[in-house]
Design a protein around this ligand. Structure first.
Ligand code: OSB
Ligand code: MG
Length: 367
């Protein structure tokens, strides 16, 4: 075998705790997958799982386990030379679920494959921009005062869109206060599945605040519930957790469960499927935007390439490195006029800084 993997586990403190309806994190447990060729070139992919299964069923130690026990052995016959991206995806498809673990492995291999071809991920995917507009996701804070302070600092930094995390008890009033303070700001909310089918009338109170969208009010598997909420609420419903594949995107659109889609490569198993969902949405006039999972520079670089595709017409959760980390594992991405640059070097276009990787690393295993 000419390609082998190293799985790096890192712990990086967040600049402030990030609380959502599914829990709070103040440190991110990052897994970086490195695909090493025997000519000494490395490809990198980030596994976007969180430490516990709060956002979706995957979680970090489970992702490492499934990579080591099942996914890497499944790929082994392909690793004599750098495998074609499509071959990687179809090999992995014999194992059910675990899209984040699959995405990390396939992105590491894709980065390597693209480096060999001296092509950037942005080019390969069909990017049409060299900078993308950035939004920022604001966690649930301890008070309205700290919410206004945090949003104010992001507005001052130039972010083009604010997303507020909401849950029952932290929704209508928080949105009202932010809207009053910034009447023109592009504003949206994300519930991370915290509501119920019967909450349509309650959520319709948000209609008066001119939001771009309400993200994922109901559980992941509830297409019918989202279609019901869509009929009661004028603000567009946007699905995140529910969109796991091209088929689920198609179904959700057809069913009236969503009119805007958040695309996260980790959630759908990688960048090939992310692009296919994008293409489907372009064909159906469904706006898309690039979600985030508090990525380091490794995941962020690849997300910026995706966000440069033509259907990404809304600012994404592609914030600057300093929104998350005092120090990133890569060179930081720095906001410029509310935008980040799309990496143009071969592959994902960035690598860990060796000293940072070592300082942040808690474990590394060869697999
Ligand atoms: O639902 O979009 C989400 C972070 C972790 C898990 C889920 C979500 C988020 C965010 C932050 O909203 C996005 C980011 O800034 O990376
Ligand atoms: Mg979301």
């Amino acid at each position: 075998m000419t390609i082998s993997f190293q799985i790096h586990s890192l712990e990086i403190p967040l600049v402030r705790p990030f609380r959502t309806s599914f829990g709070s994190q103040s440190v991110r447990d990052v897994v970086l997958v490195e695909a090493v060729s025997d000519s000494g070139v490395s490809g990198w992919g980030e596994c976007v799982t969180m430490a516990w299964p709060g956002y979706s069923a995957e979680y970090t130690s489970g992702a490492i386990d499934v990579m080591q026990k099942f996914l890497i052995p499944t790929l082994e016959p392909l690793l004599e030379t750098s495998p074609e991206p499509d071959a990687v995806r179809s090999a992995l498809s014999v194992m059910q679920g675990h899209p984040m673990a699959k995405s990390a492995l396939s992105t590491a291999l894709l980065d390597l494959w693209l480096k060999e071809r001296e092509t950037s991920l942005a080019n390969y995917l069909g990017a049409v921009k060299d900078k993308v507009d950035c939004g920022v996701s604001v966690g649930i804070p301890s008070s309205i005062d700290s919410l206004l302070e945090e949003v104010g600092s992001y507005v001052d930094q130039g972010y083009k869109r604010i997303k507020l995390k909401i849950e029952p008890g932290w929704d209508i009033d928080a949105v009202r206060q932010v809207r009053n303070a910034w009447p023109e700001m592009l504003l949206q909310v994300d519930a991370n599945q915290a509501y119920e089918r019967t909450d349509g009338a309650h959520l319709a109170q948000l209609d008066q605040y001119d939001l771009l969208l309400i993200e994922q009010p109901l559980p992941e598997d509830d297409f019918l519930g989202h279609a019901m909420i869509s009929r009661e609420v004028n603000t567009p419903i946007c699905l995140d957790e529910s969109i796991l594949s091209v088929a689920s995107a198609q179904g959700a659109i057809e069913f009236g469960a969503t009119t805007i889609i958040n695309i996260k490569p980790g959630r759908v198993g990688g960048y090939l499927t992310a692009k296919e969902i994008h293409d489907l949405c372009v064909g159906q006039d469904i706006p898309v935007w690039c979600g985030g999972m508090l990525e380091t520079g490794i995941g962020r670089a690849a997300n910026l390439a995706l966000a440069a595709l033509p259907g990404f017409v809304l600012p994404g959760d592609t914030s600057a490195s300093n929104r998350y980390y005092a120090e990133d594992v890569t060179q930081p991405f720095v906001l410029d006029n509310g935008q980040l640059p799309v990496p143009s070097k071969p592959g994902i276009g960035i690598e860990p800084i060796p000293e940072n990787l070592e300082a942040m690393r808690t474990a590394v295993v060869k697999a």
